[in-house]
Design a protein around this ligand. Structure first.
Ligand code: FAD
Length: 354
């Protein structure tokens, strides 16, 4: 039997955030991951503290941003690679009323003042953008290149023989009060970071995780666009000089991983409203966001099997949320610190566990 402190199941942004603490504090661990339509590497990886529909602040935005920068900077130093790409988000206004609402919030809602610019941009200097009512710039925004970070981490773990690239078999888990065995491994704790696949996990599958399917495109266009996220109904941002990432659809009904013509049409029509050019679709992908009925993450231990932990419910904002949740869960396990009521799995003990 090989003894380890932790087994981590999954390798998306949730596991990546948690593993930072295991590396930093030199815990022994094994990651078991089979990449099946992983949401974190289909996603854009954008971070943005403002809800762009209503111009309101994301829950706990300041603290999440701070922890996010801390964690991904740590990975930048660890791998000597760049993963944080600071980029403005320009929200294109649909009409004058939206412009007025933005201005009012940017000047009178003190919690939004640091994040909403009152200097309205005219993206018309980019001839191919249509924004007759101007655009508002959200500050402190950008993208984490999870499409680079996660494979980089994956390769590192493989080299260190810390990674099993296979499906976790729940039937091979044997649980004793102070340790767990899984095949030839003995661990103190198992952390399940399975994203939407949690619904196959016999220990946590009853939790109220609601899937929201999303599709994204990579396109080529000759339009001249800023190095920024341009957000109309859909959003796009540059991946290279003529390739752009376009996202994303939200579908709560059809929860499979197939790409669809209807999503492609919806995305192209959305960007067609703000960019006056032609587009060539290079690539289309789909995955499922693990959202929660009360829109809060779910972290913490199983009510009966105390050394099995859930790290899930990253929803539509895993990039910003996962780093702070990882720190909370790590300190909870190692130092006994409490988990805040809004994120704690304990809020579902009565309703969703036998
Ligand atoms: C189209 C789309 C666009 C998005 N855009 C953004 C965005 O711009 N910004 C943002 O913050 N968020 C975005 N999100 C949301 C974000 O991607 C998710 O919140 C986040 O990726 C969830 O991360 P996770 O680690 O929980 O799950 P995942 O990334 O899905 O990772 C789970 C991993 O566990 C593996 N796994 C599961 N079960 C097992 C098992 N039994 N054995 C072995 N391996 C297993 C899976 O295969 C996968 O590799 C987007 C999501 C989608 C779908």
């Amino acid at each position: 039997m090989k003894q380890v402190d932790y087994i981590v199941v999954g390798l998306g942004v949730a596991a990546t955030a948690f593993i930072k603490y295991l590396l930093e504090h030199q815990h022994s661990f094994v990651v078991i991951n089979q990449d099946f339509h992983r949401a974190s590497t289909v996603a854009a990886g954008l971070y943005n503290p403002v809800v762009l529909k209503r111009f309101s602040l994301v829950w706990d935005a300041r603290q999440q941003l701070e922890k996010m920068h801390e964690l991904f900077l740590w990975y930048e130093q660890f791998f000597d690679k760049k993963f944080i790409d600071e980029m403005p988000v320009f929200r294109i206004f649909n009409d004058e009323q939206e412009q007025k609402t933005w201005h009012k919030k940017a000047t009178t809602h003190h919690e939004l003042v640091p994040f909403l610019s009152t200097d309205f941009q005219q993206l018309k200097i980019y001839n191919d953008i249509k924004d007759p009512y101007g655009s508002g710039e959200v500050l402190a925004t950008g993208r984490i290149d999870l499409r680079l970070l996660i494979p980089t981490l994956e390769q590192y773990l493989r080299q260190k023989e810390n990674l099993l690239q296979e499906k976790f078999r729940y039937e091979d888990l044997q649980i004793a009060p102070n340790s767990i065995s899984y095949q030839n491994l003995q661990a103190k704790h198992v952390i399940f970071c399975e994203g939407y696949h949690i619904l196959s996990n016999p220990y946590f599958r009853k939790l109220p995780i609601i899937g929201v399917k999303g599709e994204v495109l990579t396109i080529r266009t000759e339009a001249k666009l800023p190095k920024a996220v341009v957000k109309g109904k859909e959003f796009l941002f540059p991946l290279s000089s003529d390739e752009y990432f376009v996202g994303a659809t939200y579908d709560r009904d059809c929860l499979d991983y197939e790409v669809t013509e209807s999503a492609k049409t919806e995305l192209l029509s959305g960007i067609g409203k703000v960019v006056d050019s032609s587009f060539m679709v290079l690539h289309q992908q789909a995955s499922i966001r693990p959202t929660v009925k009360d829109r809060r993450p779910i972290i913490g231990g199983h009510p009966t099997y105390k050394n099995l932990y859930c790290f899930n419910g990253m929803g539509t904002r895993g990039t910003m949320l996962a780093p702070k949740m990882a720190e909370i869960l790590y300190l909870h396990i190692e130092k006994g610190q409490p988990i805040d009521n809004q994120s704690d799995i304990a809020r579902f003990y009565d309703e969703y566990f036998d």
